[in-house]
Structures are given as structure tokens and as C-alpha cells.
Design a protein around this ligand. Structure first.
Ligand code: ADQ
Length: 744
């Protein structure tokens, strides 16, 4: 930040606003959170002006009682807090549910603990949309949005829709897992699209960066430049970088220097050596395994009984998630068992507290401890390791650190251990407790230099600078959505001599019209289709739910193939097809049409097609949902299959036949059963009925969903285009024959 006062404002979006809400005497009070990140962001937010968006820490039901006045905590001038209101139900599904029962365990490689729950997912997604809406409300045009952490993976996606040219950065505080683990989530692609809507995706260490890049490539088929850390996604270049977080070193040092923080006790033969563990109560922190390592030390190495004390401090967290209660019981039992086994008169090996300590007390404990045992089974970074190092003002103390913590990348001079290898952790404890002074000081001074050089202020500055550079780059490299798709198709198309192009009509080739007769093909679109019909090796097929004669009349380009009635009728050079099962249902279709007409609903109209009955309800003024239910009931009584389109309810013969079957029929008839070895097939569509075709082509062709947003139930399509204009642009490229001869 060269000149913070002139930089556009920063909008920080995190799960929690940086203050805590406490209930005192029936009233709610706000106190500022003591965290290092909050302190580091403060000068930046005050310097450039800023907004902080987050959940205020109380359910909406309680917040109503608080009133808006209470939202400004002390010392927050120049900075606006915008609360995101969440009901108690939303909170339990979004936070305790999807964030902490699904994402948290999976991202920490606890696949077996990962809950797969659709209801929790949809609340998570909806709450993420709400965060984005609150953040986007009257924003400065050049504001820099900085989204934090795993609770908000979908926020960049919704922000991008609300502020298409917005400058968006995202930082993940926990690990990003390897692709094989991440893809366990049924929503993995949607989540990827969520974070890749940012201009910069920041992670703690290069390994997580590598995982994001690999997932973008494998799950979304993005073009990835591994060396530069760039993903090409929907026409934009997204930077993915590692930015290891630091701590507030100055604060830890000043607390450590205070007289209350007693320095190390003299190291005499009678002295009890102190080992410390400080964690949030969480199964990822490896507390149980750590206790077993202390037990092993006492068991296997002589001379420690009565001479060593392990203090474990746990801050309670996420008490509403059941796993956490069990963990507490398990730790209680293990501590009790080990103390019972080894305790002697006046000495027990393990002290254990479950409470939050004020910073001064915490730092005093760090200062006093000879060894810190920081052995998470998996951890994004781990700040305790860095805090312990910063508190060693005399370069005393030994850090034992898990290789599974992000911090291990930076803190190589620690004694690095595999936290599951109890024997070797016990060995490291023995080594730490008997380490010669020279080695101890050499290791700790190197660690302190590193921790001091990358404190939290430096981290914020570097991240914001990187975000500004990434947003500038993304703006400079933006390609149109059609260009982005053609770029990704080019190499693949060039591997076969022929392209079969399937185009849905309504909503894909033409914008959706209020009534079917209003969806007229534009003249430029017709000209491009005429050109496509002449392009060698391009086999163009128009697909529609309309009757085939109707769509032929609307497009009126000879030489193309037309698939009508959701695939029940096909007409084109060398093909004239009618599904032979339809005849058996003619009477049922006629009867359903008559019954629907007899309902006499104002604004609704019945269309009797060759192989189906469509009931159009776009112009129904009142209670459309009720009319839709009535129509479904009519079709169901006649044993017809119901198809729900955009403002149309359609009854079809219950035959295993849809647009997917129809396009495969065209491909086989025209190019033979081994068509995949000769032809590249692409399908573009916007409707739920097109999903059948997307699914049929999955893995053997490519599909493109058209529409301003992804369908509510997700899509099986490979790519996305926003509207029929973008479709025409892609079509122009295909009709020009540019797909031939491009090398893969
Ligand atoms: P956490 O999982 O919360 O953070 P960690 O980085 O260790 O893990 O931070 C814990 C913080 O809580 C430390 O600042 C520590 O001092 C404090 N703390 C722990 N026990 C306490 C107690 N009893 N009393 C008071 N304070 C206590 C997530 C990721 C990490 C990542 C951080 C920051 O899981 O991997 O390092 O975000 O990005």
C-alpha cells in the first residue's frame, strides 16, 4: 500500500464481526475481540476507510432486542460494521452444520467425520449469498473485498454476480485438501466455482496452493499455469498464492517482558521441567495422541518421574457440535488414567485446564515453559507455535512441532514430528528436555528471526498488495465468456475431424419470451446458422421441446437437423424419426388436454403437441403454484410423466426417452456407433430438460449451460455462457471453421 489514505476502501468479510457479545444483567454488551488479525487490520481499515461485514455473534432473535445503536463497539471510528443477521436455525445449519461438520473435518482430512447433508448445504449457500448482499450494498466502485475462510467459500461467487467488475480477494485460514479428498464433497465443483470468482485466492503454504490449482484443473477442467500460480476461469485470470499468516509479535514480546511473565526457573537437578500445550479444544489438534506421548516418555525414559510437568490448556470451542463433547470426555479419561498411573506424593505429571486465558497469562505460560508441544494432526498454520517462539525473549525453550501444521514449512528449526508416531514424539520430548544450551539457543534464535520478520502486520500489508496486483492483472486479462469457452474447447475439438453441434432453441438461441410465439430468431442468428449449415465438418442440430414442425418454421434454415418434442421427433438430412411408443398414449394425451382445458384457468393455455401436452402458465396471475399442482395431478391421473419447464407443465408418455437419448440417436445414425472416435459433440442448452443431454454427453462430449445463473439444483454441464448473445459469439467462431487444424 503505497499511500493508504488514497487507496480505495477495504471491505473485510468474515464469519464473525471482530467483537464479542456478552450478556450482562439481561442486556447485551459488545467487547472488541483481542485477536491479532483484528489488531493488524485496524490500521489498514482506519487508513483507507473500511467496512467489516460479519455475523455479530447473536442470533437475529436476540439482536432485535439489542437495537442498531449497539452495533458500534468502542474504538471503531472511521470503520463501519455491517452485521449479517442469521436466525438460530440458519446458524445451526450454516455454522455448526455445513461449516463445522462438513468442511472443517474434510479439509483437515477427517473424511470419516464428514457429514454429507443437503439441507445444511443449501442453508450454507443461502447464508453465503446474504453475506455477499450485505457486502455489496452501496459499495465504493473500487472497493477491495477481502473474504475470509471456510465458512464463506461461496461468497466470492455471489459477490461477482452482484459486482461483476469488483475487486475480490479470498483467504483460507485452514488447509486446502488434496483433490482426491476435496472431491468427496458432492458440492466440490460448486465450491470451486465459489472461490475462483475471486481475483486472488490466498492460502498459508505452497502445498495448499498446489491443491487448489490441481482441483481447478481436475474438477472444472480449467487451464492452469502451475509455475505462475494462475487459473484461467470463465475468461478471467485468477491468482492463487501462498501468504503464511503471522502473529502480533510486538504484543507478545511486550507481554513476555512484563515482570508478571516470570522467566524460566533455574535449571538445577531438582527442578521440574515444564512442557506446555495450548489449543482450541478440537479433534484436529492431536491432544489425545500428545497425552499418549507424555505417557510414553514417562514409561520409556528413566529419570522423568517427579521431574516433569505437562500443562495442557484448552479453550472451549464449538460446544454445539457433538464431536467436541466426546473429545472432552476422552481427554478427561486419558489424563485421569495417566495421572493415576504415575502420580507420586506431591507430583502429578499432567495439569489440564479448560478455559480461555487472558493474553498476559497465556504469554507468561509460554515464557515459563521449557518445551512447547504443538502436535496437531492437521492445521492450516498454527499460531500457538509462533506465539511460543515470540515469547522466548532469551532464545530459550524448545518447540516440538507437527509436520502436519502449515507452520512447519517456515519453522524448520523446530523438532519436527509426526504426531501419530507416539514413540518418536516421546523421543523428541526426551531430546528437547536434554538438549544442550547451544543447540537450543541456535534453534530458537533462528525461529524467532523468522517469526519476527513475518508478523501479522507484514502479512496484512503483503496480502493487500498482492490482492491489488492480482485485481489489476485480472482486469487487464479479462476475456469474453465465449472467448474463454472457445479457448478451452479449441484443442479438444481439433483432435477429431468433425464437430456435431446441438443447440437448444428457447433461451439458448433466442432470449426467453413471455409466450412461445414471441421467441423469434434474430436475423444475425439466422445468418450464423446459415453459415454453420455450409461449414464443412460441422453438423448442426437444433433441439427443442416444441413440435418439430414449429421449430423448423421458426429457424427456417435448410440443411440442419431438427429434434422436436424433447426428442420424440427428429427430421434432418438422412433422418426422419418418430418414437414408436407414442401411439399407445395418444388417448391419454388427448384426455389430459381436454381435462386441462376444462379447468378454465384464466391466462393458462393448452398446447397439444404430437407426442405431449404442454400446459403454459406464464400468464396465470394468481396462485401459479396451485395451478401447477393441479396440472401435475391431471397428468399423473393419466399416467403421463410430468416435466417442469420455465412456466410450463408438460405431460409426456412415460417412456425412457429424452433429449439425451435423442441426440445419441442422431450421433449414431449419422456417424456410426463408434462416433466418439470421429466426432466431437457439443450441446448448448438452458433448460432443466437439457440436463438430460448434458448427462448423456458427460465424458464423451462437452456441454454448456446457458443462463445468468446456475440452476438451483446444480448442472451437469462442463461450461457456462451467460446468455444467447454469448452463444451467438461462440457459434460465429464455430461457423467460421476455426476449430479445424488447431493443435491440441
Ligand atoms: P485455530 O484453529 O483457532 O485457527 P491457531 O492458529 O492455533 O488455531 O490459533 C488459536 C489461537 O487461540 C491462538 O492465538 C492461541 O493463543 C489462542 N488460544 C488457544 N488456547 C487458548 C486459551 N486457553 N486461552 C486463550 N487463548 C487461547 C485457524 C486455523 C489455524 C490458523 C489460524 C490463523 O485452524 O491453522 O493458524 O486460523 O489463520
Amino acid at each position: 500500500m503505497s499511500d493508504a489514505s488514497h487507496a480505495p476502501p477495504l471491505v473485510v468479510i468474515s464469519n464473525r464481526l471482530p467483537f464479542q457479545v456478552e450478556r450482562r444483567g439481561g442486556k447485551l454488551h459488545l467487547t472488541r475481540s483481542p485477536g491479532g488479525l483484528v489488531a493488524a487490520l485496524d490500521p489498514v481499515l482506519h487508513g483507507r476507510g473500511g467496512v467489516w461485514v460479519g455475523w455479530p455473534g447473536v442470533a437475529q432473535e436476540d439482536l432485535d432486542a439489542l437495537g442498531a445503536e449497539g452495533m458500534r463497539p468502542p474504538g471503531s471510528a472511521g470503520l463501519t460494521y455491517r452485521p449479517v443477521s442469521l436466525s438460530a436455525h440458519e446458524l445451526s445449519q450454516y455454522y455448526a452444520g455445513f461449516s463445522n461438520r462438513t468442511l472443517w473435518p474434510l479439509f483437515h482430512y477427517f473424511v470419516g467425520r464428514t457429514s454429507i447433508d443437503d439441507a445444511a448445504w443449501s442453508v450454507y449457500d443461502r447464508v453465503n449469498e446474504r453475506f455477499a448482499q450485505v457486502a455489496a450494498a452501496d459499495h465504493h466502485p473500487d472497493a477491495l473485498f477481502w473474504v475470509h475462510d471456510y465458512q464463506l467459500l461461496r461468497v466470492p461467487y455471489y459477490l461477482r454476480r452482484l459486482v461483476p467488475k469488483g475487486r475480490i480477494a479470498f483467504f483460507l485460514h485452514i488447509p486446502f485438501p488434496a483433490a482426491d479428498v476435496f472431491r468427496v464433497l458432492p458440492w466440490s465443483r460448486t465450491l470451486m466455482r465459489g472461490i475462483l470468482a475471486s481475483d486472488l485466492v490466498g492460502l498459508h503454504v505452497p502445498a495448499y496452493v498446489e491443491h487448489v490449482l490441481r482441483c481447478a484443473e481436475r474438477l472444472l477442467g480449467c487451464e492452469v499455469d502451475y509455475a505462475a500460480g494462475i487459473v484461467r476461469f470463465e475468461g478471467r485470470e485468477v491468482s492463487v498464492q501462498s501468504h503464511p499468516i503471522g502473529i502480533d509479535v510486538a504484543k507478545v514480546e511486550s507481554l513476555a517482558a512484563a515482570p508478571a511473565a516470570s522467566s524460566h526457573l533455574p535449571r538445577g537437578p531438582e527442578r521440574v521441567a515444564e512442557i506446555i500445550g495450548v489449543d482450541r479444544l478440537d479433534y484436529t489438534k492431536g491432544i489425545h495422541e500428545r497425552l499418549l506421548a507424555v505417557e510414553r516418555l514417562l514409561e520409556s525414559y528413566g529419570g522423568y518421574r517427579g521431574r516433569v510437568l505437562f500443562t495442557q490448556v484448552l479453550v472451549p470451542s464449538r460446544e454445539r457440535v457433538a464431536d467436541y463433547g466426546e473429545l472432552k470426555r476422552e481427554i478427561d479419561e486419558t489424563v485421569g488414567r495417566i495421572n493415576g498411573r504415575f502420580a507420586e506424593q506431591g507430583w502429578s505429571p499432567i495439569r489440564y485446564y479448560v478455559r480461555s486465558l487472558p493474553p498476559a497469562e497465556l504469554v507468561a505460560l509460554y515464557r515459563q515453559a521449557d518445551v512447547a508441544l504443538v502436535t496437531p494432526l492437521r492445521d492450516g498454520m498454527n499460531l500457538v507455535a509462533k506465539e511460543y517462539v515470540a515469547a522466548q525473549l532469551e532464545n530459550d525453550g524448545v518447540l516440538i512441532l507437527s509436520e502436519m501444521a502449515g507452520a512447519a514449512e517456515e519453522l524448520q528449526e523446530a523438532l519436527l514430528v509426526n504426531p501419530l508416531d507416539i514413540e518418536s514424539v516421546a523421543g523428541a520430548l526426551h531430546r528437547a528436555l536434554s538438549m544442550p544450551d547451544d543447540e537450543r539457543r541456535a534453534r530458537m534464535s533462528a525461529l524467532r528471526d523468522r517469526v519476527r520478520a513475518n508478523d501479522v502486520q507484514a502479512w496484512v500489508t503483503r496480502f493487500v498488495e498482492a490482492a491489488e496486483a492480482a485485481t489489476a492483472r485480472a482486469r487487464a486479462t479479462v476475456a469474453s465468456p465465449a472467448d474463454a469457452v472457445s479457448r478451452r474447447l479449441a484443442g479438444w475439438l481439433a483432435q477429431r475431424p468433425t464437430v456435431a453441434l446441438f443447440l437448444d432453441y428457447d433461451g439458448t438461441l433466442t432470449p426467453l419470451a413471455p409466450r412461445p410465439e414471441g421467441a423469434i430468431l434474430s436475423e444475425p442468428a439466422r445468418q450464423i446458422l446459415q453459415q454453420a449449415a455450409r461449414t464443412p465438418n460441422l453438423d448442426t442440430v437444433i433441439v427443442s421441446g416444441r413440435a418439430v414442425a414449429n421449430v423448423q418454421e421458426l429457424v427456417a434454415v435448410p440443411g440442419l437437423t431438427y429434434v422436436g418434442n424433447h426428442g420424440f421427433e427428429i427430421e434432418g438430412p438422412g433422418i426422419s424419426y418418430r418414437h414408436d411408443g407414442v401411439g399407445r398414449f395418444r388417448a391419454a394425451l388427448d384426455a389430459a388436454a381436454a381435462e386441462l382445458a376444462a379447468l378454465g384457468i384464466e391466462g393458462a393455455h393448452v398446447e397439444r403437441k404430437e407426442a405431449s401436452v404442454a400446459y403454459h402458465i406464464r400468464d396465470v396471475a394468481a396462485e401459479r403454484a396451485k395451478v401447477e399442482r393441479q396440472a401435475r395431478a391431471v397428468f399423473k391421473r393419466r399416467r403421463l410423466r410430468v416435466l417442469l419447464g420455465k412456466c410450463v407443465v408438460e405431460g409426456q408418455p412415460p417412456l425412457e426417452w429424452d433429449k439425451g437419448h435423442a441426440i445419441l440417436h442422431v450421433l449414431v445414425r449419422r456417424h456410426g456407433a463408434d462416433w466418439p472416435s470421429k466426432v466431437r459433440a457439443i450441446y448448448l442448452g438452458d433448460d432443466t430438460t437439457d440436463e438430460d443431454a448434458f448427462r448423456s454427453l458427460r465424458g464423451i462430449g462437452r456441454s454448456i449451460h446457458v443462463g445468468s445463473s446456475a440452476p438451483a439444483r446444480g448442472t451437469s454441464a462442463d461450461f457456462h455462457l451467460p446468455d444467447p448473445d454469448a452463444v451467438l459469439q461462440l457459434l460465429r467462431w464455430l461457423a467460421s471453421g476455426a476449430f479445424t487444424g488447431v493443435k491440441a
